[in-house]
Design a protein around this ligand. Structure first.
Ligand code: MG
Ligand code: ZN
Length: 353
């Protein structure tokens, strides 16, 4: 009898442990803008047939069409990922009839989690804007910057300083952020020296430069953000964007696409190292859409070369891969709509609306 009780107790404890592992405390959501399977493979072949990305074992596909177009832009694409609704191309954080929808980042923040955005472009650009702003047009950069002040976001790092400080309405949003207890960093070293509290990193006047000029800005800023957000025992939600894979593909520039993919892959390697050690962190990687219709009629694995062709200077409607690692990663396999991420993450983080 005693044995049975002990065995039952052990089984109950093990079941409890398994269930406890099912829910992550932190979610790191990484978007490679324009990063379809071809972009990933371009990076892989050029890097000696390997990427950090291969450490992800749960893989799926996201359907990226928007409410208005077969082929989405980054506004509607970002809004679907962040807010869980399909909207019209060009819109940010709203339904097609202009009703604001809170993003997963805003909901996480309201539920006491720490939140952050780290991007390789202006903080006011479409993808980061989708997580924080609610505007009918992605080009409304100054209004989008103002939306950052309506939230309780803890860490934001990117470019776009002019939309905060040299505005047509003459408001200085950096001063207003300081008054709300944000530390302000203008260099990556200042970012790296910040260990706690709230931080806005406005590292470039407009867009961030491309790699190699940008150096390790994106991997370094990502790890600095994690280091700050990780102080919250309730957990955190962080969105990171490899913003310029898209731009290189708009230019149909294979070499630059490879450089930006490898920069993003460096971020993934560091984030996975953190997540492996931490054990409570779900890491999700996807794209808002594919850019360029990139394809490879030929190549040479041993010589690390590709013969790349592009079918467009714009985006395409082809579904993009999804990669997940950590507790809850099995929820992100198979084909899914790009609107499905928000609700899945809400459930995993036990977020109340
Ligand atoms: Mg983007
Ligand atoms: Zn684009």
């Amino acid at each position: 009898m005693k044995k049975i009780i002990i065995i039952s107790l052990a089984v109950a404890m093990l079941t409890g442990m398994v269930q406890a592992q099912k829910n992550p405390r932190n979610v790191i959501f990484l978007i490679g803008d324009g990063m379809g399977l071809a972009q990933v493979y371009a990076g892989m072949v050029s890097n000696g047939n390997k990427l950090q990305l291969e450490r992800f074992k749960n893989i799926g596909f996201s359907k990226t069409y928007s409410a208005s177009n077969f082929t989405t832009d980054s506004g509607a694409g970002g809004t679907a990922l962040a807010c869980g609704v399909k909207t019209k191309n060009g819109m940010i954080g709203m339904t097609p009839d202009s009703v604001s929808v809170p993003s997963i980042l805003e909901l996480a923040s309201r539920n006491g989690l720490s939140t952050g955005i780290v991007v390789a472009c202006a903080l006011t650009h479409a993808t980061p804007a989708s997580y924080i702003a609610h505007q009918p047009n992605r080009g409304m950069y100054e209004a989008i910057a103002t939306d950052y002040l309506n939230t309780n976001i803890d860490v934001m790092i990117g470019g776009g300083r002019k939309h905060f400080e040299r505005r047509s309405d003459e408001r200085n949003l950096t001063s207003e952020l300081r008054a709300k207890n944000y530390q302000v960093a203008y260099t990556i070293d200042e970012v790296k020296n910040t260990k706690a509290g709230k931080l806005v990193g406005l590292l470039y006047e407009e867009q961030n430069p491309s790699v190699p000029e940008r150096g390790d800005m994106l991997p370094d800023a990502t790890m600095a953000a994690i280091n700050i957000l990780d102080n919250n025992k309730k957990g955190f939600f962080l969105m990171v964007e490899g913003s310029q894979i898209d731009w290189a593909c708009h230019d149909n520039n294979t070499e630059q696409t490879v450089r930006e993919v490898l920069d993003f892959d460096k971020v993934l390697g560091r984030v996975l190292d953190y997540a492996e050690k931490n054990g409570n962190t779900l890491v999700i990687v996807t794209a808002d859409h594919e850019t360029g219709g990139m394809t490879f009629p030929d190549g040479d694995i041993r010589n690390k070369t590709l013969k790349a062709e592009f079918s467009t200077k714009g985006h395409t409607g082809t579904p993009v891969p999804v990669y997940a690692f950590g507790p809850g990663a099995d929820k992100f396999t198979g084909f899914m709509e790009n609107t499905s991420f928000k609700e899945k993450i809400e459930k995993l983080l036990k977020i109340k609306k």
